[in-house]
Design a protein around this ligand. Structure first.
Ligand code: XIL
Length: 301
């Protein structure tokens, strides 16, 4: 193929990008999006603070703009994210206990029902594990009880039975890291007990503190062996030039080597669209030109 999306599709995979609704009026941005990608993730527009700014008052305006754009251009959508400690509305941050648990369940039910049938995969729970120590991250959701994650998955399954339901996290790329092991053990337990989980998302924000690991393919394979799909959900790689390009190519080769690695999403289109305040972690430069990293990805696909 001559584009990322078409080449990935030839291998039975997708190639996606995080999209911001306020950039859908940028012709350069939309031109690249429509040409290269066949999956989109709303970068912020489906998060709790965006979709339920006041309790029980739902606002889907910006998320709907992205979903409509995707549908009109033959792209699928990854929903992101139903339950997360971050980017909660103020009212939820101030809740605890049963009230917060009920608010979470209602939020998941409402949002997943609104988008029922339109979402390829939902990040049902995002970033629930601690960076070290092998345990859960302390958060208001965690303090409602250790079962909050499985309750979130069961609630999402009831609301949209056709969507794949994913657990998504960062620093879960290196097989030897205890955070990776902790997530692996949760997924194994969920599969053993029949908690509905279909996929694991590896964010894969690679930088000097959490570099692309040589055992990345092993991690993908081991998660897939539990009977779930794996997806690379928020890829960006610090650096530039040939070094960055080589790493991007290796990530793609690792995914293609694992039959249940179903697709790759980069967390933005141009370097200037990145959430990283500085650096050049994406596939297109600020002018929308293809970088060496783009060519390495296309060649690997
Ligand atoms: C980031 C967005 O890119 C930023 O625009 C926003 O200010 C903060 O969130 N992990 C995730 C994503 O799961 O939702 C985050 O997105 C990046 C880290």
């Amino acid at each position: 193929g001559t584009t990322l999306g078409a080449s990935a599709a030839e291998k039975g995979r997708y190639f996606g990008a995080a999209v911001a609704a306020n950039k859908l009026s940028d012709a350069t941005y939309v031109g690249i999006l429509n040409r290269e990608f066949n999956m989109v993730t709303p970068e912020n527009e489906m998060k709790w603070d965006a979709t339920e700014p006041s309790q029980g008052q739902f606002n889907y305006t910006n998320a709907d703009r992205i979903v409509s754009h995707a549908q009109a251009n033959g792209m699928r959508v990854r929903g992101h994210a139903l339950a997360w400690h971050s980017q909660q509305p103020g009212w939820a941050q101030n809740l605890s206990g049963t009230a917060l648990r009920q608010a979470m369940v209602n939020h998941i039910t409402q949002v997943a029902t609104h988008y029922r049938g339109k979402i390829y995969a939902w990040d049902v729970v995002n970033e629930a594990f601690a960076d070290s120590g092998g345990g859960r991250r302390d958060s208001n959701l965690q303090r409602t009880g250790n079962d909050w994650i499985e309750v979130a998955f069961r609630t999402a399954r009831a609301a949209d039975p056709a969507a794949k339901l994913c657990y998504n996290d960062y620093n879960t790329d290196n097989w030897t890291w205890e955070k990776t092991q902790a997530v692996y053990n949760m997924v194994k337990d969920f599969k053993a007990r029949g908690v509905p989980i279909d996929c694991v998302g590896l964010q894969s924000h690679f930088n000097s503190g959490s570099p692309y690991p040589g055992n990345y393919r092993t991690t993908l394979q081991n998660f897939a062996a539990l009977g779930v799909d794996v997806q690379i959900t928020e890829l960006d790689i610090e650096g530039s030039g040939t070094t960055q390009a080589t790493t991007y190519g290796n990530v793609v080769k690792d995914c293609l080597a694992v039959s249940r690695c179903t697709g790759i999403t980069v967390w933005g289109i141009r370097d200037s669209d990145s959430w990283r305040a500085s650096g050049t972690p994406l596939l297109f430069d600020g002018n929308g030109n293809k970088k060496p990293a783009y060519t390495a990805v296309l060649d690997a696909l």
